[in-house]
Design a protein around this ligand. Sequence first.
Ligand code: MD6
Ligand code: FE
Length: 214
Amino acid sequence: MQQQGFAFAREPDEALAPGARVLRGFVCEAGVALWAEVQRVAAAAPFRHMHTPGGRRMSVAITNCGARGWVTDRRGYRYVTEDPQGGAPWPAMPALFGEVAAAAATAAGYPDFRPDACLINRYEPSARMTLHQDVDERDFDQPIVSVSLGLPAVFLFGGAARGDKARRVSLQHGDVVVWGGPSRRFFHGVAPLREGEHALLGRARVNLTFRVAG
Ligand code: MD6
Ligand code: FE
C-alpha cells in the first residue's frame, strides 16, 4: 500500500530514540507473502508457549526460523540451533524474510544486516510481553529488525533502566521497528493485545524479530 490521502493516512516514520526508528507500512505490500511464509515455518516448527526461567508460562506463543532460534526454559534464555521439540534444525529462514530485514535495516541506516535468527511471536487478545531487554545476542553493534503483522499493538518503549518511563507507540500491520546503536539494550514490551479481527491474520498479531545472534 502506498502512502495515500485522508482515508488511509498513516503516521509518519518516527525516531523512537537514538538508533531506533519506526518505518510505517514498510512491509505492507509483502504482508500476504510474509504471512504465508510464517505459516510454512509454523507447520514445521509449531508455535508453543515457552516457560520463563522462573517457571511462568508466556502468554505469547513462539517459534523460530534461521540458523539459530531463541528459547527459554528452566535453564534460562539462549539461542539454540535445533528445535527442542523434536530435535530437528529450525526451519530455514525464507529468502523473503532476509530480503525484507536487510532492506528495512538499510532504510534505517544499518547497511549489511545479515540476520541468522528470526524469532516469531504470536499474540492472541490479552497476550502481552512484559518489559525486557534483548541481551542474549553476541554482538550489540548489530540492530534488531522487528516486523508487525495482523492486529495492532501498543509497543512500550522505555530506557536503559527498568524503571525509566516507557512511551507507548502504536504498531500496525506492516510497520517495522529498527532498533540499534545507543538504544539497543533499552527496555521494551508490548501492552496486552486488544480484542479484534484482522482481515489476513484473524484474532492475532504476529511479530518477527530478526537478529544476529551468533
Ligand atoms: C513484539 N518485540 O513486538 C516484541 N525486541 O512482539 C520485541 O521484544 C522487540 O520489537 C527488540 C527489538 C524490537 C522488538
Ligand atoms: Fe525484545
